[in-house]
Write a protein that binds this ligand. Structure first.
Ligand code: SF4
Ligand code: SF4
Length: 168
């Protein structure tokens, strides 16, 4: 079962792309490959002012990962102890089935190696008691590495505060 979740507080995100940069550096991702991605949306006019929103898109480490089922060699694996989905590079034959199968196109093509690479929540860092590079590098503390149930609680509380009559 998935133990981890990266929560993004979109109100804190300033679209600086530091998360992408720290991820790319830590994972030595070649040109074109982004293991996490900030997707800008907008502009949208809020209270008369044009605003942009920035949506953080890592891998969701699905409970039933399409990429794992699509992989013909067993290179795409879901780690049993915490549900992290990762690529065992020496088993990857570069068929790209996982890229096709993932609804969000999360697995990335490593043109230098002819293999796929993907977000593994920096599991080597997690195993050392650290957090993913994107979370550590986030400029404003918009990203939080928490459990899915904590994320649900945080979202509920935010929604409740947003609709509270005391806010007006
Ligand atoms: S790569 Fe796609 S299908 Fe696989 S675990 Fe991540 S989000 Fe799910
Ligand atoms: S580092 Fe943090 S603030 Fe900057 S774009 Fe990423 S999520 Fe947003």
């Amino acid at each position: 079962m998935g133990k981890y979740y990266i929560f993004q507080d979109q109100k804190r995100c300033i679209g600086c792309y530091a998360c992408e940069l720290h991820c790319k550096t830590k994972n030595n991702a070649p040109e074109g490959a982004k293991l996490c991605r900030i997707v800008p949306t907008g502009p949208q006019v809020v209270k008369g002012v044009p605003r942009m929103h920035f949506v953080f898109m890592p891998c969701f480490h699905c409970e039933k990962p399409w990429c794992v089922y699509a992989c013909p060699t067993g290179a795409m694996i879901k780690r049993s102890k915490d549900g992290i989905v990762y690529v065992k590079e020496d088993l990857c034959i570069g068929c790209k089935n996982c890229i096709t199968a993932c609804p969000w196109g999360v697995p990335q093509w490593n043109s230098e190696k002819g293999k796929v690479m993907k977000c593994d929540y920096c599991m080597d860092r997690i195993d050392q008691g650290l957090q993913p590079a994107c979370v550590t590098g986030c400029t404003t503390g918009a990203l939080k590495f928490i459990s899915p149930s904590e994320a649900s609680q945080v979202k509920r509380e935010k929604f409740a505060k947003d609709i509270s009559p005391l806010k007006k």
